[in-house]
Design a protein around this ligand. Structure first.
Ligand code: PXG
Length: 439
């Protein structure tokens, strides 16, 4: 039997969102991880500047989580979730519901942020239908929104590159404008000052389509993967008010913003704006085992509990809904966050992180720096070459021992919440050094 090596032709594996042929020319391979560090196949340590893919919020290989996974896989490797239960599923749901703001008290499990997004849209449509408002079928997303890669998620999502190859997607979808405004808000620290009025675009959409045709609005409280776009001050509150006024459900996609990333359990808690449905994934299990979920309000849940007791209330779910190993990982993850006060730690570190990020303000090519909690986006001037500067920073930083994210011309930093100040310095110093060497 042959064992693939980094040098072999890796044609069997098709990597997601990757230039596969370019990758095969110079593969980047990770072989282990602990705490703040990966190790690559050459034995080099790589500082994790992006919590894996925005998910490993407590750092890698945390003992409590590892033990819980090991114990559970040996005790209850699988249990069906259709018409069956197991204690870890109830415990995980209870723990997540307690963490979420009131009245978000009911948890429906799936396995990823994409499934959570599509599930949220289905729950919203079904909610209105069950309440006798079946004409509410329109779904409103936002430009530069990312809600995963299911057909629902790309339909309400706002990234043309993720949509254009895939036909007509869902119909009856409209989009709010995105909130990035470099002219007024460049180099904002935390939430930008200007742009709350962009939420009023929802009133125009309501005027165009009529509220009676609109089921839900879905937004990320801070758009993450399209380049770190914190919501302008007052924007989310205004969106909430308009939704409430017109009977439209508000869905917050907290797949990235949940579990301490912004220095609170959820963005919803931090900003004091509570949606009707929240989608989560990533940090719920610290990235160890795939899991996603919807957390829905009492009102949404109750709408599904009105029919005959023997009737299935939500014809939706997955083989791996509430997988025992994922539930065990989630419980141990929440224990780790709580024991180590990691959300508070993120909040306490964020001023230092902000200073470090903004120290790059005068570095070459930088046209904006944005930050919130333990997230920063550094936007670089576009250039004519097909390879963006941000990709080059990502690639060179990896070889310098720092893992970053990039999208288009934007570098994203979102480290595990256990990061130390010296490691924060190292991330931004590495970026600065590379920027000074780029054309
Ligand atoms: N919603 C949001 C806000 C996300 O950021 C998803 C949904 C989908 O989750 P799944 O688990 O289906 O991938 C995401 C995922 C990046 C990057 O490079 C971001 C994500 C995934 C992979 C890469 O920024 N976000």
């Amino acid at each position: 039997m042959s064992h693939p090596t980094p040098d072999s032709n890796h044609d069997a594996l098709w990597l997601p969102f990757t230039a596969n042929r370019q990758f095969r020319d110079a593969p980047r391979m990770l072989v282990s991880a602990k705490g703040m560090y990966y190790r690559d196949d050459k034995g080099n340590e790589v500082l994790d500047g992006c919590a894996g893919l925005w998910c490993v919020n407590a750092g890698h290989a945390r003992p409590r989580i590892v033990e819980a996974v090991q114990k559970t896989v040996a005790t209850l490797d699988f249990a069906p979730a259709f018409q069956m239960g197991h204690p870890l599923a109830f415990e995980a749901a209870d723990r997540i519901a307690r963490l979420a703001p009131n009245p978000l008290n009911h948890v429906f499990f799936c396995n990823s942020g994409s499934e959570a997004g599509d599930t949220a849209l289905k729950i919203a449509l079904a909610y209105h239908r069950l309440r006798g408002e079946g004409a509410r079928t329109r779904l409103i997303g936002r430009e530069r929104g990312y809600h995963g890669v299911g057909f629902g998620g790309i339909s309400v999502g706002g990234i043309s590159g993720n949509r254009k190859l895939y036909g007509s997607m869902l119909n009856g979808v409209d989009h709010l404008p995105h909130t990035l405004d470099l002219r007024r808000n460049a180099f904002s620290r935390g939430l930008p000052e200007h742009g709350a009025e962009l939420a009023d675009a929802l009133e125009r959409i309501v005027a165009l389509h009529d509220a009676s045709t609109i089921a839900a609005v879905i937004v990320e409280p801070m758009a993450g993967s399209t380049g770190v776009l914190p919501a302008p001050k007052g924007y989310l509150k205004r969106l909430r008010e308009i939704c409430t006024r017109h009977g439209i459900l508000l869905i917050f996609d907290e797949v990235i913003t949940g579990f301490g990333r912004l220095g609170a359990s959820f963005a919803s808690e931090k900003y004091g704006v509570v949606p009707d449905i929240m989608t989560i994934a990533k940090g719920v299990t610290n990235g160890t085992i795939p899991m996603g979920a919807n957390i829905v309000s009492d009102e949404v849940f109750d709408a599904f509990m009105q029919g005959p007791r023997e009737a299935i209330d939500l014809p939706h779910g997955y083989t791996y809904t509430a997988h025992p190993v994922a539930c065990a990982a989630a419980i141990a993850t929440l224990d780790t966050y709580a024991e180590e006060h990691l959300f508070e730690r993120a909040a306490a570190l964020s001023p230092y992180f902000e200073e470090a990020a903004h120290s790059l303000r005068d570095a070459p090519h930088v046209i904006d720096i944005r930050n919130e909690g333990l997230v920063a986006g550094i936007e670089l001037a576009p250039r004519a070459a097909s390879t963006t500067r941000a990709y080059e920073v990502f690639e060179r930083a990896f070889h310098a021992g720092v893992l970053l994210r990039y999208t288009g011309d934007i570098i994203a930093v979102s480290p595990p919440l256990i990061i130390e100040k010296a490691e924060i310095d190292r991330i931004f110093e590495t970026i600065g050094t590379i920027l000074r060497s780029l054309d």
